[in-house]
Design a protein around this ligand. Structure first.
Ligand SMILES: NC(=O)c1ccc[n+]([C@@H]2O[C@H](COP(=O)([O-])OP(=O)(O)OC[C@H]3O[C@@H](n4cnc5c(N)ncnc54)[C@H](OP(=O)(O)O)[C@@H]3O)[C@@H](O)[C@H]2O)c1
Length: 314
């Protein structure tokens, strides 16, 4: 099967012809139609999991995907051949991922029936970003009456956080330049702040002198996040998706801090599918590329500037 993989950590991802995986007991084999791209994918290729698990090479990249169940392993009764599913297919120790024509996943793992209202390319763009957003909103206690600043709101995770926080009834402030202001407001943000037009901390404290309740941050380093935390009232919470929250330091300042790590699950994908089918959550596909063009597209998203999700057609 055709797949985008790396021969070792740090190698340039390339198109390879690799063996189709076999579903073991309790697993399903999925013929993928589309794969969703996340920053995590290039981080894995660069070696982010090096000290965590032993990888198998060539290592196929990608977590997110959507497709059709091709084969079910022994003991699987949740799915049948032909079912349309979406989920998280990355398995570094087995060298498997979603940038491939086929992937395997445990039937009770992070895979679920696709949202009925989505086509494969849309469903493939949902799992990592929207599961992360959902868990972040829950973890930080977003609710009606709270004011939430979303930093990195224009990206995959951010656009879902904005929608889910607005759905909870919170007041949502989204970072966005002029090109993304309208979309952020349509997604449910109450206001936007241009992080490139001036000092973000100053803009936010000026507009919210009583302080913010929550900062959900996908982009800032520890120094910037420490500064932004000055805009949060005592007892408030700051969450970083990139491990940049200085938990001990912020605790001393009366602010709870979380270095958030996402947990994927079937149940969560089912919840998201329901929200999507009820019209409460959308995903914006910025661009679709063919498998052979995926390495170049991956290199581009590494440079930043995401305005939605990148999807690979398989
Ligand atoms: N911890 C976890 O479990 C977990 C889960 C999912 C994702 N993540 C991580 O979270 C990060 C975001 O993921 P993603 O999928 O949303 O990425 P993405 O789609 O690439 O989006 C990032 C967005 O942030 C914007 N941005 C960059 N610098 C900014 C700044 N200083 N202020 C405000 N906005 C800024 C970017 O636009 P511009 O470049 O044009 O500003 C882009 O729109 C990634 O590093 C990812 O690996 C972690």
């Amino acid at each position: 099967m055709r797949a985008i993989a790396v021969s070792e950590y740090g190698a340039t991802p390339s198109l390879m012809d690799l063996d189709r995986p076999e579903p073991g007991p309790g697993e399903i084999l999925v013929k993928l139609v589309a794969a969703g791209v996340n920053p995590y994918d290039w981080k894995v290729a660069a070696g982010a999991m090096k000290d965590v698990v032993q990888a198998r090479f060539p290592l196929i990249l990608g977590q997110d995907g959507a497709g059709v169940v091709e084969e079910v392993g022994e003991g699987v009764d949740r799915y049948r051949t032909g079912d349309q599913v979406y989920g998280s297919f990355g398995a570094v120790p087995r060298g498997l991922g979603s940038y491939a024509e086929y992937a395997v996943v445990a039937a009770d793992g992070p895979v679920a029936t696709m949202p009925q209202k989505m086509v494969y390319s849309q469903a493939a763009a949902v799992p990592t970003a929207s599961m992360t957003a959902y868990n972040l909103v829950e973890r930080t206690g977003v609710e009606e009456g709270r004011t939430v600043l979303v930093c990195g709101a224009t990206g995959g995770v951010g656009q879902a956080v904005v929608q889910l926080a607005a759905l909870k009834g919170a007041r949502v402030i989204a970072t966005a330049g002029p090109d993304m202001t309208d979309r952020m407001l349509r997604l449910g943000a109450d206001e936007t702040v241009d992080h490139r037009a001036g000092d973000l901390f100053e803009s936010v404290t000026e507009a919210h002198p009583d302080g913010l309740d929550i900062v959900i941050d996908m982009v800032d380093d520890e120094r910037r996040l420490d500064e932004l935390a000055g805009a949060v009232r005592k007892g408030g919470i700051v969450a970083s998706t990139i491990g940049q929250a200085n938990t001990a330091g912020l605790k001393k300042r009366g602010i709870r801090a979380v270095n958030f790590v996402n947990k994927a699950s079937r149940e969560l994908l089912e919840t998201l599918a329901e929200l999507i089918d009820r019209g409460k959550l959308t995903v914006h596909i910025d661009r679709e590329v063919d498998l052979a063009d995926a390495p170049a597209a991956l290199a581009e998203i590494k440079r930043g500037g995401a305005r939605g999700k990148l999807v690979i057609r398989l």
